[in-house]
Design a protein around this ligand. Structure first.
Ligand code: PLP
Length: 409
């Protein structure tokens, strides 16, 4: 690869996805490499929020639950997300947060095989997953949580395993599990796997049905661009749906929410995992985010992500060798972000943000850059690394305003 700016520009000009960045509000002067943490604003969201607030809520009021499809929004948006993850439209529903959905699915899965008492996860998994798992284990009689290093997981898959809880793409270095292989290994031992897709959905090709996945959750505000605190989704394979019951038995997950009966009867299918009334304003922003993927195949996004990653890694090795890449080089073993280690990662990250290059710091010493092919180009990567080089050379990151950890925003 020739690593010059003209080549980067030529690749942008030839990029079949280039026009999609027009769908997003990208502030001038900012190189946004954090779309894996909070996705950018789709322009269509602005008009849509206006419509939902002023016309639907403002004018139609409660009739909007039927007239404007509010009541079906969790299923409708779930079906759109299903296309992005290789699932059937009736296997995905939008609800609550990832944390809450993890709790629902862990407890529901545990109840299916109470004689199996082990809930297994990976040390260094995203912390909310581990916190929720520990709380769920305390709520379910007999269930115990064990958290082991990745290379120890295999040795703990056995007769007592109830549920293996894993994040598909690791939030820090970007390591990716082989979903089909791991799911099969757990299934061969009689156990189930619950995948957290928060750092995969909207970026990495996913084939949940094909890979035999039975349970999954995922995030709406990262690559799906659903807005801050967007609702999350959950997936339950069709064959399991009638056997699982949510521990959070809200009226929206009832078979007949408007019959107002005392007894709980779970709704058919995945809808039983709804709990309370969904946030329509948040759902409509998420729907615009998901609609921004219309007409786009994830495989095309992924091909561009690989190209952006390769350019990033090659340019960093050339221009900023003092930061060492900790993300796997092989595309099939990673997600759509690239991470580097440096003892002063925090200060460098703050200095970068001050220069308009937004990545993020992950304790204790990692800088992470999200590569979002929908709206990021090759020249963006090029320029971000040039700004980083300038910061490293000037030593600006050593300034006092960057030096007090936790005091600088
Ligand atoms: C972002 C993220 C979450 C978010 O959880 P919320 O409860 O929706 O805030 C969960 N798990 C992983 C792996 C994440 O990356």
């Amino acid at each position: 690869m020739t690593l010059d700016l003209a080549t980067a520009r030529a690749r942008d000009a030839a990029d079949p996805l280039r026009s999609y960045r027009e769908r997003f509000a990208l502030p001038d002067g900012i190189l946004y490499l954090d779309g894996n943490s909070l996705g950018v604003l789709p322009l269509a969201t602005i008009a849509r929020q206006q419509e939902v607030v002023a016309r639907q809520w403002g004018n139609s009021l409660i009739r909007s639950w039927n007239d404007h499809g509010w009541i079906d929004a969790p299923q409708r948006i779930g079906a759109k997300i299903a296309r992005l993850i290789g699932a059937g439209p009736h296997e995905v529903i939008v609800a609550d947060s990832v944390s809450v959905n993890l709790f629902k699915l862990i407890v529901a899965a545990a109840a299916l095989a109470p004689e199996r008492t082990l809930l297994l996860s990976e040390s260094g998994n995203f912390h909310t997953d581990l916190h929720i798992a520990s709380g769920a284990a305390e709520c379910v009689p007999g269930l115990r949580l064990e958290v082991v290093a990745r290379d120890q997981l295999d040795s703990r898959i056995g007769d007592d395993l109830n549920l293996l809880l894993l994040t598909h793409v690791h939030f820090k270095a970007g390591y990716r599990f082989d979903m089909a292989e791991v799911t099969a290994r757990a299934r061969d031992a009689g156990a189930r796997t619950l995948w957290d897709l928060s750092h995969s959905v909207g970026a990495v090709p996913l084939h949940l049905n094909h890979d035999g996945a039975e349970l999954a959750v995922g995030c709406g505000y990262k690559y799906l661009n659903g807005g801050p605190g967007a609702p999350a989704f959950l997936y339950v394979a069709e064959h399991l749906q009638e056997r699982l019951v949510s521990p959070l038995r809200g009226w929206m997950g009832h078979a007949a929410p408007f019959a107002f009966t005392d007894d709980y009867v779970p709704a058919p299918g995945v809808a039983r995992f709804l709990a309370g009334t969904p946030s329509i304003l948040a759902l409509s922003a998420l729907e615009s985010g998901v609609d921004a993927f219309d007409g786009i195949e994830i495989d095309a996004l992924w091909a561009k992500s690989i190209a952006l990653f390769d350019l990033f890694a090659a340019r960093m090795a050339e221009r900023c060798p003092e930061l060492s890449c900790i993300s796997p080089a092989e595309p099939e073993r990673r997600g759509s972000h690239i991470s580097f280690r440096h003892p002063n990662a925090f200060e460098i990250c703050q200095a970068l943000i001050a220069e308009g290059v937004v990545g993020d710091f992950r304790a204790p010493d990692v800088i992470r850059f999200g590569l979002t092919p929908l709206y990021l180009g090759f020249e963006d990567v090029w320029q971000a690394i040039e700004r980083l080089r300038a910061i490293l050379e000037s030593g600006r990151w050593r300034e006092a305003r960057f030096a007090v950890r936790g005091k600088v925003t």
